[in-house]
Design a protein around this ligand. Sequence first.
Ligand SMILES: NC(=O)c1ccc[n+]([C@@H]2O[C@H](COP(=O)([O-])OP(=O)(O)OC[C@H]3O[C@@H](n4cnc5c(N)ncnc54)[C@H](OP(=O)(O)O)[C@@H]3O)[C@@H](O)[C@H]2O)c1
Length: 257
Amino acid sequence: MTALITGASAGIGLELAREFAQDKIDLVLVARREERLTKLAQELETSHGISVTVILQDLSEPSAAEVLFQTVQDKKIDIHYLVNNAGFGDVGEFVHSDMDKQHAMINLNVLTLTKLTRLFGAVMKEKGSGTILNVASDAAFRPGPMMSVYFATKHYVLAFSEAIAEELKPYGVVISILCPGATQSEFGEMAGFGPLAEDSPFPTSKEVAAYGYEQMKNGEVIVVHGKNNQERIAEEKDMTRRQVRERVYEQMGGVVK
Ligand SMILES: NC(=O)c1ccc[n+]([C@@H]2O[C@H](COP(=O)([O-])OP(=O)(O)OC[C@H]3O[C@@H](n4cnc5c(N)ncnc54)[C@H](OP(=O)(O)O)[C@@H]3O)[C@@H](O)[C@H]2O)c1
């Protein structure tokens, strides 16, 4: 069995790779940073006796999914698990944002994820088995003033993946959607928050990946990590949309420079 994981060079994706490796599942690791992927591949091959293929690719390119799918086909690797984890955010007022960065984010978080689900999902349906783990966020459940495009991309990931979960269920293909809350990783630096404090109360990427992996194996469709995040989503069901967006805006005010 083989799992393809996008964004495996850091954070949650890297820890998901370790989870699959522990179950002796071969891996295809995809990201842009060669040294990190090669080091991880060596570590996992040595410690678990699995085969790990590294593919270096910028997945924000418009045709990235087709190129990646073809590369995997050419290598004759059969993918049983697809993990669409690569993603990034951007903090700040939308009208002053760097449009190229927003465009790359939409391509990575939405377009590439959609196309990879289409390409590998069709093969899985044909085989009558397979699992796709799409990484959304707790941001999928509320609007995100000061991080508007990112939150919207994660709304898309949740809505799209839930729908496909229903379509593919009769064919033995499982779709699971991991929705982490704030998690220790490189995400904050990429998004422009800066690094998290040393004594950050947020869970580690390892904790989030372990939970997501376990729930995916249980066949759970929507997987929200952490009691706090689960409670907040439940609480917001009793609030008006206006109250929710005003609260997020106020909270974001504290972190946006
Ligand atoms: N951390 C959080 O607070 C949090 C909360 C909710 C959801 N999430 C979601 O969790 C997922 C993983 O994030 P993380 O927290 O683990 O962040 P991270 O530590 O910054 O890792 C992001 C991964 O995505 C890869 N990536 C970024 N841009 C890419 C591109 N253009 N092409 C290919 N790979 C790219 C990075 O690899 P390279 O740079 O080597 O390409 C890296 O491996 C994301 O979808 C994120 O939205 C994170």
